[in-house]
Design a protein around this ligand. Structure first.
Ligand code: PLP
Length: 462
């Protein structure tokens, strides 16, 4: 028996070990995710129809269910090298604090100015827009990480960047807004009166503080009504999962170097991009029957799309201007309760993850926000990193799993995605620290209201 290699606190990769291709998990899925539909014809959205909204190359990636690997263009690899590889950390201090026999690892994506994994896809999307000769891109942002990431990528490549920021975040997170403006982005609070759909939403719901769904509608309208602009989205789409596979590929290479095999892989799930990216190469092995892993998606109890939603075609946005996607959804009109502070507030879920979940390849759990902030506090105090509330959903379940191991004596290896830092979420931390944070779990009746807005057509009933 060879002696077990001592695992360092942080496992980095050498430059030459970094992934040169993204992995497309759809290529190994027997049941492919359902295609996007044109809401007018209810037929699968064609490349030609998609081209008006997204960049050409990204449309191809979106539609490609079969190519396993996409080469990462040199220029994107170069950009990745500025802030990647991200560290894979062995959470020795957390293990000690919990007195668990479990071995805990996390992949930390917060080491860049955007403070999250979103930069991995932002640079890819901006690159393809630039290569196509476009003037700029439009997008929405909720908490602000995606808008910041896209601003950074656009500044680097010299593209115009227009961001519709959910109004309550715009007001609560002025510093996020200024980071974006520093990178040259134009930031508009949403809903706004700069778009038709924004004016309509404002008329219908005066005083609304906005939602991601509204902001998406506005950004899409802005892209399609300006020459030389396209819309880009930071999550949910299959192209975003593809770009985020860099997280899982780096993790897998790092773990393989030390002969580590995770038993459980955990990630928070908003639209599903970090989780999808982290699990992709491991899921590929599971789908091909080469290895087995347990995957857990963690979502907020106040926005429980996988655990309490329905698997149907739904609108991706409140204004119903986007294509229909088949996904676990709470209905595009669903807006989480105002006391919800933990992010992950999107009403739907990546169609790839939805299909994998429906086929039983992945589990999902929902957790309440006070317990999430408790886990964040525990983690921050022993591991040193102040985690984003979103990431803390994964921490919460990783700790729960580690404590189960303490009871059973199992030495499981637990891997989770630590998607980012929480420096701009101090209002939420303040509420937690003051003991003012509350939990809200929507009732079945409340969820039924949101689901009533799902489009009804043959084969698509809630
Ligand atoms: C955006 C974001 C998430 C959730 O998005 P996914 O697409 O589900 O990954 C999670 N954590 C952080 C820090 C984020 O910025």
């Amino acid at each position: 028996m060879s002696k077990e290699k001592k695992i360092p606190y942080k496992i980095y990769l050498e430059e030459h070990e970094m992934p040169k291709s993204w992995y497309n998990v759809r290529s190994d899925m027997k049941n492919k995710p359902a295609p996007l539909l044109n809401p007018g014809t209810l037929q699968p959205l064609t490349y030609e129809e998609m081209r008006g909204i997204f960049c050409d190359e990204l449309c191809k990636q979106e539609l490609d269910d079969t190519t396993p690997y996409f080469e990462i263009p040199e220029e994107i690899q170069k950009f990745y090298k500025m802030y990647r590889p991200s560290p894979l950390v062995r959470a020795y201090c957390l293990e000690e604090k919990l007195q668990t026999p479990a071995k805990i690892y996390y992949k930390f994506e917060g080491n860049n100015t955007s403070g999250s994994h979103k930069l991995n896809s932002a640079i890819a999307q901006a690159y393809y827009a630039k290569k196509q000769g476009l003037k700029g891109v439009t997008t929405e942002t909720g908490a602000g990480q995606w808008g910041t990431a896209l601003s950074m990528a656009c500044a680097y490549l010299g593209l115009d960047c227009q961001v519709y920021m959910v109004k309550c975040s715009y007001e609560q997170k002025p510093f996020r807004r200024e980071v974006m403006r520093t990178y040259g982005a134009n930031v508009t609070p949403s809903p706004s009166n700069t778009t038709k759909v924004g004016r309509k939403i404002l008329e219908e719901f005066p005083g609304t503080t906005g939602s991601l769904g509204c902001a998406i509608s506005e950004a899409v309208e802005a892209a399609t009504s300006q020459e030389g602009y396209r819309y880009v989205l930071g999550s949910v789409l299959t192209q975003v999962l593809l770009h985020q596979s860099i997280i899982g590929l780096e993790t897998k290479t790092a773990m393989d170097k030390y002969g580590i095999k995770p038993d459980v892989i955990i990630g928070c799930a908003g639209g599903g991009s970090n989780l999808g990216g982290l699990i992709s190469p491991f899921m590929g092995e599971k789908l091909r029957g080469e290895a087995d892993y347990r995957f857990i998606a963690v979502e907020p109890a106040s926005c429980p799309s996988l655990t309490r939603g329905k698997y149907v075609y739904d609108f991706c946005d409140t204004g119903k201007v986007c294509p229909l996607a088949k996904m676990y959804t709470l209905g595009s009109g669903f807006i989480p309760a105002p006391n919800h502070a933990g992010g992950l507030r999107y009403h739907g879920m990546s169609s790839v993850l939805s299909q994998l979940y429906d086929d039983g390849y992945m589990d999902a759990v929902s957790v309440e926000q006070t317990s999430v902030f408790q886990a964040a506090e525990t983690f921050a105090r022993v591991e040193g990193i102040l985690p984003a509330p979103e990431s803390s959903h994964a921490i919460k379940v990783a700790i729960d799993e580690a404590l189960k191991c303490k009871e059973t004596g199992e030495e499981k290896t637990i891997l989770f995605g630590l998607t980012g830092t929480g420096y701009f979420d101090m209002m939420a931390y303040e509420r937690f620290n003051n003991g003012e944070m509350t939990d809200y779990i929507p009732t079945d009746e409340e969820l039924a209201k949101g689901l009533a807005g799902v489009p009804q057509f043959p084969g698509n009933q809630v």
